[in-house]
Ligand binder design. Structure first.
Ligand code: UDP
Length: 359
């Protein structure tokens, strides 16, 4: 049994690792392909090292480019690999351009396609990830949903119920599997931060970092927040030059992107997290740390309904007021069902059944 598993970008590596381990533990041979969508060591190599993800069997070296260039680059490079390897299934994770490109190659080669993190919808097609989600799910034969809302979305779009499997969240498998190691990291001491005494920020969505006027407003809000408590901001390479050009207030600690363990340690110790990341909305929900999402929508509504998340847009005054509210009142939270560290095992069981035909 041979499965081709595709990884491409920072939020993919923590999703692929538990899936790969669970498949291999069941005797399923996995061929791991890294498309090279993220190639900066701080967005790629560090996760292989820290998570113990084995080196990819193949690196496509696609690199950055426009959406069309990246999507086409992955398709052109992956098509002959699939033809030669003839896997029985392709497994893709998340919602990046490589996810969709690999899905197209798989579907056209008539290789069964499984999507991990299926069914998430923000309802906002101006987000490139939303397009990637819709196309990937449409083409998939096996849909692994992290939450009941994702199942509902897939059913509403007409996917046959037999294709949909509610398995939980693989991002949380990796979080729970590495939490003790993360909490042992001396990163708070190194940055001279008090537990529960700082705000943590990540921003990388085009809607927040590509337009200097929007980013200027967000940085002004963070400067106001930093008058109440230190603000730690590991800056995504996508945003670095514009953040440097605009400049930040003195209370904002601008850092390079962090490795996973240091970042999780900072998430766990934060008073509040301000983000536009999908994965960070999920991790803060499980850690019970208040999260303010600086977007107009989320594809992860369960983090709002059950978790610690609140979607507040990008208005500077609202951001400052919401931080104030959270610091005063905290937020109640519940951990969503099946976000229990065992999602990848459930995925591997389904894959095994699909491949062996035993039901
Ligand atoms: N993350 C990290 N270092 C950082 C910022 C984030 O390791 O400096 C991790 C974070 O813990 C989460 C993942 O990166 O596991 C989220 O990735 P990202 O925000 O890039 O993508 P998204 O989840 O929005 O697709």
């Amino acid at each position: 049994m041979k499965v081709l598993c595709v990884a491409a970008a920072r939020p993919n590596f923590m999703k692929v690792k538990p899936v790969l381990d669970a498949l291999e533990a069941r005797g399923i041979g996995v061929h791991l392909v890294h498309t090279g969508q993220h190639y900066d060591p701080l967005l790629s190599d560090v996760f292989f090292e820290e998570l113990g993800l084995r080196a990819p069997d193949l690196h496509l070296g696609v690199g950055s480019g426009t959406h069309a260039q990246q999507t086409a680059g992955v398709m052109v490079a992956l098509e002959p690999v699939v033809a030669e390897l003839a896997p029985e299934m392709m497994v893709v994770v998340g919602d990046v351009n490589s996810t969709m490109a690999a899905a197209l190659v798989s579907a056209k080669a008539r290789v069964r396609l499984a999507h991990v993190e299926a069914g998430l919808r923000s309802g906002d097609r101006s987000m490139p990830e939303e397009i990637n989600r819709i196309v990937t799910d449409r083409l998939s034969d096996v849909l692994f949903a992290p939450s009941p809302d994702a199942v509902d979305n897939l059913r509403a779009e007409g996917h046959p119920p037999a294709q949909i499997h509610l398995v939980g969240n693989v991002m949380i498998d990796t979080l729970l599997g590495n939490l003790d190691r993360a909490l042992d990291r001396p990163v708070l001491d190194r940055l001279r931060l008090d537990r529960g005494g700082y705000a943590l920020v990540t921003l990388h969505r085009p809607a927040n970092v590509d337009d200097p006027d929007v980013l200027r407003g967000l940085l002004a809000a963070l400067a106001s927040v930093s008058r109440q408590l230190p603000v730690v901001f590991p800056v995504h390479p996508r945003a670095r030059s514009v953040v440097d050009a605009l400049g930040v207030g003195p209370g904002i600690r601008v850092l390079d992107p962090l490795g996973y363990l240091d970042f999780v340690a900072l998430e766990a110790g934060a008073a509040v997290v301000l983000t536009d990341s999908g994965g960070v909305q999920e991790e803060t929900t499980v850690l019970g740390v208040p999260c303010l999402t600086l977007r107009d929508s989320t594809e992860r509504p369960i983090t709002v309904e059950e978790g610690t998340n609140r979607v507040i847009g990008r208005g500077p005054q609202v951001i400052v007021a919401e931080v104030d509210r959270v610091l005063r009142h905290g937020v109640p939270a519940r951990c969503p069902a099946l976000w229990d560290g065992h999602a990848a095992e459930r995925i591997a069981e389904v894959v095994l059944t699909e491949l062996t035909g035993e039901r």
